[in-house]
Design a protein around this ligand. Structure first.
Ligand code: SAH
Ligand code: F3S
Length: 442
């Protein structure tokens, strides 16, 4: 049987797409290998959001091409493949095929053609594509197998944030039919999944023509056996009253939302074409906290966007303090060819952006630490996800998305336990299992 090796970069949607790719190839008789030296087909599923992500992939290609055997195939798929298209074939002569996120159905054919010595790129958008009939090979993709699973409910993006390449790499927004999503989740739950993360670029703007995101949350959350429901990433202004009510009234919906803000300055938000002001964002955060008491909020922030002044940056810092985010992913702005922001003047020098990033990270850590220290001593339900990287402990996660380490047998992996948080590094926790009957709701 031919062997397929796949490496995945970027967001959860890429992890989910790699499961689709593996599912597609499994149907063609392929088996997965973790060893590139054994592979007949080597694939890299790529990210294009920042230049750094692309440079890493190019570096890896330099290594992986060494594993390509005679008659073997090396392919690049995903967002960087879509962005560069046939140019990638020229840039890396060992690459045989290039396929964007809408073209995975063509993979078997392009592999066959590569075997005949024909190199090809397919970067056409297929605005109807949901891979509805392709059974994802989640267990084989890693990340989300077993108790947790990612379920893509919306592909593409119709927003036009001026910094962002995603609309160019993933094409127009489209939502899967609610009934199809529910059927998939029922199948997952029947095989032991209890935690589902719904994926989309602006996932709360989900609409299948008949049902909105509120309907989707209620329908998926209502599947018998579903214990935890998460979603990522929502767009701040797409939290309608209906969605807030659905979150509050659907028990599996977890007390955590990742709510990308990007900047705390209205000037910068306007230049980014984000569809909200700082004030509106704060209202949304307050509405979420009102609807779901105790909800954890995390975010994405970009520093050094063109035109960002020291004062703009300080507004971002003050927003972090005001919202009191539980955590934030912070990025230095990376100029992406083909995005509207390329035309903006007043680029921020690299050194200034770097220095702002460091200051921001320090504030994010301080705010997160204060919140986490206050949680020490409280009791939580955790899902045990696997072994921790160090110390022979298990790694678990609260509904609020806090990582807690605990001592316990491997049989606990994939099960729910109650723990008391006993200490924190500032970001993650140590914890002790507590007996069910002694549990205090935390
Ligand atoms: N809608 C998607 C965004 C995908 S990109 C989502 O919310 O999941 C993920 C994050 O990468 C963005 O929120 C943004 O903070 C960051 N990002 C996107 N383009 C960027 C760029 N050109 N430079 C730096 N960071 C960027
Ligand atoms: Fe990118 Fe903005 Fe869409 S960040 S993915 S264009 S919502």
């Amino acid at each position: 049987m031919p062997r397929i090796y796949i490496e995945t970069y970027g967001c959860q949607m890429n992890v989910s797409d790699s499961a689709l790719v593996l599912g597609l190839l499994r149907a063609q008789g392929y088996v997965r290998t973790d060893d590139p030296a054994e592979a007949d087909v080597l694939l890299v599923n790529t990210c294009a959001v920042r230049d750094h992500a692309e440079q890493r992939v190019l570096g890896r290609m330099g290594v992986l091409k060494g594993f390509k055997r005679a008659g073997g195939v090396l392919g690049v798929v995903g967002c960087m493949a879509q962005r560069l298209g046939p140019a990638l074939l020229e840039q890396v002569p060992q690459v045989d095929l290039v396929i964007g996120p809408d073209g995975y159905r063509g993979l078997p054919e392009l592999i066959a053609r590569a075997r005949q010595g024909e190199r090809a790129a397919d970067v056409r958008f297929q605005p109807w594509e949901h891979y509805e009939d392709v059974p994802a090979a989640r267990e084989a993709a890693g990340g989300g197998g077993g108790a947790s699973a990612f379920v893509t409910v919306q592909r593409g993006c119709d927003y036009r944030c001026t910094f962002c390449i995603v609309p160019m790499t993933r094409g127009p927004e489209r939502s899967r039919k609610l009934a199809d999503v529910v059927r998939e989740v029922e199948g997952l739950v029947a095989r032991g999944t209890t935690e589902v993360t719904l994926l989309g670029q602006t996932v709360n703007s989900y609409h299948d023509g008949e049902h909105d995101f509120a309907d989707l949350l209620r329908a998926v959350g209502g599947v018998a056996g579903m214990r935890r429901l998460r979603f990522t990433s929502p767009y701040p202004t797409d939290f309608s009253e209906r969605v807030l009510a659905a979150m509050a009234q659907t028990p599996p919906v977890c007390e955590h939302v990742h709510l990308p803000v990007q900047s705390g300055s209205n000037r910068v938000l306007r230049r980014m074409l984000r569809r909200y002001t700082r004030e509106r964002y704060l209202e949304v955060a307050a509405a979420l906290r009102h609807a779901v008491p105790g909800i954890a909020l995390t975010t994405d922030i970009i520093v050094g966007f063109p035109g960002e002044t020291e004062q703009d940056f300080e507004e971002t810092v003050s927003l972090v303090r005001e919202v009191r985010f539980d955590d934030a992913y912070t990025f230095k702005y990376s100029l992406r060819d083909g995005t509207p922001a390329v035309k903006l003047k007043d680029r921020v020098p690299e050194a200034v952006a770097g220095e702002r990033l460091e200051r921001l990270i320090a504030v994010v850590r301080r705010v997160a630490r204060a919140k986490n220290v206050a949680l020490v001593g409280t009791t939580h339900e955790v899902l045990v996800e696997g072994k921790a990287k160090r110390g022979g402990l298990l790694q678990a996660r609260t509904r609020g998305n806090k990582v807690a380490l605990l001592d316990g047998p491997d049989e606990w992996i994939g099960t729910y336990r109650r723990v008391r948080l006993t200490g924190t590094t500032g970001s993650t926790f140590t914890s002790w299992p507590v007996a069910q009957e002694l549990a205090v709701v935390g």
